[in-house]
Design a binder for this molecule. Structure first.
Ligand code: AMP
Ligand code: MG
Length: 408
């Protein structure tokens, strides 16, 4: 399949990737395992919560309009039971936070506004409003409300709602199955001592952690030498068993860059080169029953930058997340940045200053093999092509990858 060699704008490339994404199938998991997963169906309240009017304070259940200066205590209403107490004018019952309101009562006077005397209590609050210190039926959730929409990540609040509504099992998208393949004759394992001209394979580990952090299940990872036949077989097998196959290396112009040729042969290649730096080469293809194949360059930084922009976005779309594109903001540059001839994704640190403004600085040398440029980075500074340098104080778009904190 001929793929054109022109440099594609990353935004355009991202659109193509998203157009090839298929939603993953849905699976049912026990509630306790649903944290961090992506909800596959809207969560709709099938009941009112609270289902009974409940006290929000420890105190006394009263009739608001009752003006008796003191009340006879006729019982105790704890949380978790419904005593058959009936409050009438002149009477009250002790009530604890979370307990259902006894019949007849319509308010709770908090214990701090009362004074206990043997078998009765003096109310020191002059005016008690109906409904005071009560959570009315349905005040937290109304039956029929859409509480959490499909495509949302299940965090602490979402799982709390699922539990409250009695969902012992939850329908979530299956985690995407990833295979990660490093290619290159020069690569040795981390526990080996590299010989002359060799380096340790770092991409396999970086990409595995990036994929897992994004919610993928890495079903296979490995290394293959620059051997066309062996590579082709391996890539075909990984395509058959994965939703996403990531390769690193072998997509440039070198004589042993076989990944490119293999993808041309066994897959539909949608684009090959991007108008960006780092990471000009990116072979994006689909194969088999819709498996996405990302042929990343071997440079560790290029590979991770492209992962963040394209693969993480694809992964979000596969699980129906509503805004799959990277989150962008605008930040004030803290230092000058040289002009660039391709869209440059500088690795940087974005923080919030005292005035509440986002400020951005890069992480030093932006050489595309320098993994240190990604250490501690929480953002990419998106530097648009122009001849003139960017001055300190100019605003640039930033892609936020990690939470932003106050200025460090
Ligand atoms: P390539 O894309 O195969 O031309 O590789 C570009 C550069 O990245 C070369 O310097 C490779 O040695 C290096 N490289 C390739 N694969 C890896 C890897 N898995 N881990 C670390 N560096 C790599
Ligand atoms: Mg190579």
């Amino acid at each position: 399949m001929p793929a054109d060699e022109r440099l594609l704008h990353p935004d355009e490339a991202l659109k193509i990737v998203l157009s090839q994404v298929r939603r993953l199938p849905v699976e049912t998991v026990p509630l306790a395992e649903a944290g961090g997963r992506i909800l596959a169906a809207d969560l709709i309240a099938d009941q009112d919560l609270p289902p009974f009017p409940a006290a929000t304070m420890d105190g006394f259940a009263v009739i608001a309009s009752d003006v008796s200066p003191w009340r006879e205590i006729i019982g105790d209403q704890f949380a978790g039971t419904m005593e058959g107490i009936e409050i009438t004018p002149g009477t009250t019952a002790r009530i604890m936070t979370g307990a259902p309101l006894p019949h007849g009562a319509d308010a709770v006077v908090q214990v701090e506004h009362t004074e206990l005397r043997e078998d009765h209590v003096v109310i020191h609050q002059e005016i008690v409003a109906e409904g005071e210190n009560l959570r009315p039926v349905g005040s937290d959730l109304r039956k029929g409300d859409v509480l959490v929409s499909a495509g949302s990540r299940i965090g602490p609040a979402e799982i709390g709602l699922l539990a409250s509504l009695g969902h012992a099992e939850v329908e979530v998208y299956r985690r995407p199955r990833f295979s990660i393949l490093s290619t290159g004759d020069e690569l040795v394992e981390p526990d080996q001592v590299p010989g002359p001209g060799q380096i340790r394979d770092s991409n396999r580990f970086s990409l595995t952690v990036a994929a897992e952090a994004a919610g993928a299940e890495v079903v296979w990872s490995g290394h293959a030498p620059d051997d066309e036949t062996a590579l082709r077989e391996l890539i075909l097998k990984r395509i058959a068993e994965s939703d996403v196959v990531i390769t690193s290396g072998g997509v440039s112009m070198g004589d042993k860059d076989f990944v490119k040729a293999i993808l041309n042969e066994i897959a539909t290649v949608h684009f090959r080169r991007l108008f960006m730096k780092p990471g000009k080469p990116l072979n994006f293809a689909t194969a088999g029953d819709g498996t996405l194949v990302f042929g990343l360059p071997g440079n560790p930084v290029s590979a991770l930058v492209e992962f963040e922009i394209f693969i993480r976005t694809a992964l979000r779309a596969m699980t129906g997340q509503q805004h799959p594109e990277p989150a962008t903001a605008s930040a004030i540059l803290e230092h000058w940045v040289a002009g660039t001839d391709r869209i440059e994704y500088q690795r940087g640190i974005v923080s919030v200053d005292e005035a509440g403004q986002l400020r951005a600085r890069n992480t030093g040398s932006q050489a595309s093999a320098r993994l240190m440029s990604l250490v501690g980075a929480n953002a990419f500074l998106v530097i648009q092509p122009r001849e003139a340098a960017y001055e300190a104080g100019e605003r640039v778009p930033v892609i936020l990858l990690q939470p932003v904190s106050s200025e460090r």
